[in-house]
Design a protein around this ligand. Structure first.
Ligand SMILES: [Zn+2]
Length: 297
């Protein structure tokens, strides 16, 4: 469980439900095997010598994974150069220690360490290796690509967490993940199948009615409140559908510009207007219309 009190706002909510979704998508667990956990170490992104790999099947270490993700960020998506350190931590206790050292209270740090496989923040990704040891490289690439997108958001916003809309922060990270998934041929998914899967999920009977208004997912505390409710399973699919609709309606460049504007202004509605050229409320209305037309099968 993520404690509702967890509102200190440094860390991204990350993967409280993501492992479940990944388990559904792939056979990713080396079932029955005692997973080997490597010793803790830190990888400085700027010092990686490994070449980017074109396809997931060639990735078998963190250096290759991060080099591949970084190349897609820069060349395909117009995101800033990935900088900082990937901290490969031993286990949840080590994740807890990192969170506590960063100023989280103990309940918050425990809640996050218990639920997150990885965290992306300013110039840093923290990986729980004990959890990652049970995942194959396809799953690791997906998780790392999501967290790397959060690192990019911080970079664009000059290192600040910023007041950018939480649904868009998470939706954007999943959108980047979907892009990397298709580009690197991770499993059998592509962006179309991911889009359809998420759209079908949130428009199933009984689900669409539970979708909170987008305005209730703007800040971190609101997001955490829904994450602690029965609607938690809808959060990431909903954020993806909303972000995908936004990027299709405008562009990836405009989404990147949106995060960049927070380097100098915390006015989220003005930043939205400036980046996308439409009012947040107009987009919200268009999204409602879009979602009302989604088919559940
Ligand atoms: Zn995230």
């Amino acid at each position: 469980m993520i404690p509702v009190a967890w509102g200190f706002g440094i860390w991204d909510l990350g993967f409280n439900i993501r492992p479940v979704r990944l388990f559904v998508l792939f056979a990713i667990v080396s079932a029955g095997c005692a997973a080997r956990v490597d010793p803790p170490r830190a990888i400085v992104l700027e010092q990686i010598q490994a070449r980017p790999e074109p396809r997931a099947e060639f990735v078998n270490d963190y250096e290759g994974a991060m080099a591949s993700i970084a190349a897609i960020h820069e060349k395909d998506l117009g995101l800033p150069k990935l900088q900082g350190t990937v901290h490969l931590l031993a286990d949840r206790e080590a994740m807890y220690a990192v969170l506590a050292e960063s100023g989280a209270d103990s309940a918050t740090a425990k809640g996050a360490a218990d639920t997150m496989l990885a965290i992306g923040t300013h110039r840093a990704v923290y990986v729980n290796q004990a959890s990652f040891a049970r995942l194959n490289w396809n799953a690791r690439l997906m998780l790392l690509s999501h967290e790397a997108a959060h690192v990019a958001q911080y970079e664009l916003s000059a290192g600040k967490r910023s007041t950018s809309d939480q649904w868009l922060r998470e939706g954007f990270a999943d959108w980047v993940q979907a892009y990397v998934t298709e580009k690197m041929q991770i499993g059998t998914m592509n962006r179309d199948s991911i889009r359809s899967r998420n759209a079908r999920f949130i428009s199933q009977p009984g689900m669409r009615e539970q979708l909170p208004p987008l305005a209730k997912l703007a800040n971190f505390a609101e997001w955490v409140a829904i994450a602690s409710s029965p609607a938690t399973k809808l959060l990431y699919p909903y954020a993806f559908v909303a972000t995908d609709f936004l990027i299709a309606r405008h562009s990836m460049d405009e989404a990147v510009e949106y995060f960049r504007l927070f380097a100098t202004s915390d006015d989220r509605l003005a930043n939205f207007r400036q980046a996308f050229g439409e009012e947040w409320s107009a987009f919200d209305a268009a999204l409602r219309q879009h979602i009302s037309q989604l088919k559940s099968s």
